[in-house]
Design a protein around this ligand. Structure first.
Ligand code: DX5
Length: 222
């Protein structure tokens, strides 16, 4: 089942609660909250308070994508704020395995993300310790960027590595996911598609945009 994970990075922050509830009506099962610290990525967004504010408004799975240095310093606060899945970057900590154990110890699902320049082999030792692998298809920090086609081979590599281990795990992609690119990432093995500007900048609204993405991905809305 192909899933769309709307990224709130492109939402209207003046009415964030409504924007989350709008995509819930479109039948998605999760949203992605893009956390940026201005160090790991050249942009700053929000902290655990964004998760805490949204938590009571929605039953959707809240994925906190921590684009931050030393994510182990923040895992607990996002878990307590109500995140269901916490995604950390392989590049952001020398103790990736321990940080993933910390996420599980808090009763949350763990995800590991890799940037475009990071080879898939660098997460091979933790594939059994995650429920989600996020292959970044742009350099993280901003919405509305151009899809990086060189990441398609890596998506394939990750999906094949998971198949060989017979390990059920989402392969998620993030960045530059539009109608023009969605088919290619699904064919490469992605099953969760993070989309920010394709959803929230759509002229005919988020619900129609999500349904178009699902149709192009070859998976009709639920
Ligand atoms: C990292 C962010 C963005 C965002 C989606 O830069 O994580 O990738 O979620 O951006 P779009 O869908 O607008 O390319």
């Amino acid at each position: 089942m192909i899933r769309i994970a709307p990224s709130i990075l492109s939402a209207d922050f003046a009415r964030l609660g409504e924007q989350v509830q709008a995509v819930e009506a479109a039948g998605v099962d999760r949203i992605q909250i893009d956390v940026m610290d201005g160090r790991f990525v050249p942009n700053i967004t929000f902290g655990p308070i964004a998760v805490a504010c949204l938590r009571p408004l929605t039953r959707l799975t809240l994925e906190a994508h921590l684009m931050v240095e030393r994510p182990e310093d923040f895992i607990e606060s996002f878990a307590r704020a109500g995140a269901d899945t916490i995604i950390i970057h392989q590049e952001a900590t020398p103790h990736l395995h321990r940080a993933l154990q910390q996420i599980h110890a808090l009763g949350k699902k763990a995800g590991v993300a890799i940037n475009p320049a990071t080879p898939a082999i660098l997460i091979s030792e933790v594939l059994a310790n995650v429920e989600l692998v996020l292959v970044m298809t742009v350099n993280p920090g901003f919405g509305g960027q151009e899809f990086i086609p060189e990441t398609l081979g890596k998506i394939r590599q990750v999906r094949n590595a998971l198949r060989q281990r017979n390990h059920p795990c989402d392969v998620e992609v993030d960045g530059g996911i539009y109608e023009e690119t969605v088919r290619r990432v699904v064919e490469a093995g992605a099953n969760v598609l993070v989309a920010g500007s394709a959803v929230y900048d759509a002229k005919d609204g988020a619900v129609a945009a999500i349904q178009r993405l699902l149709a192009r991905a070859g998976s009709e809305p639920d």
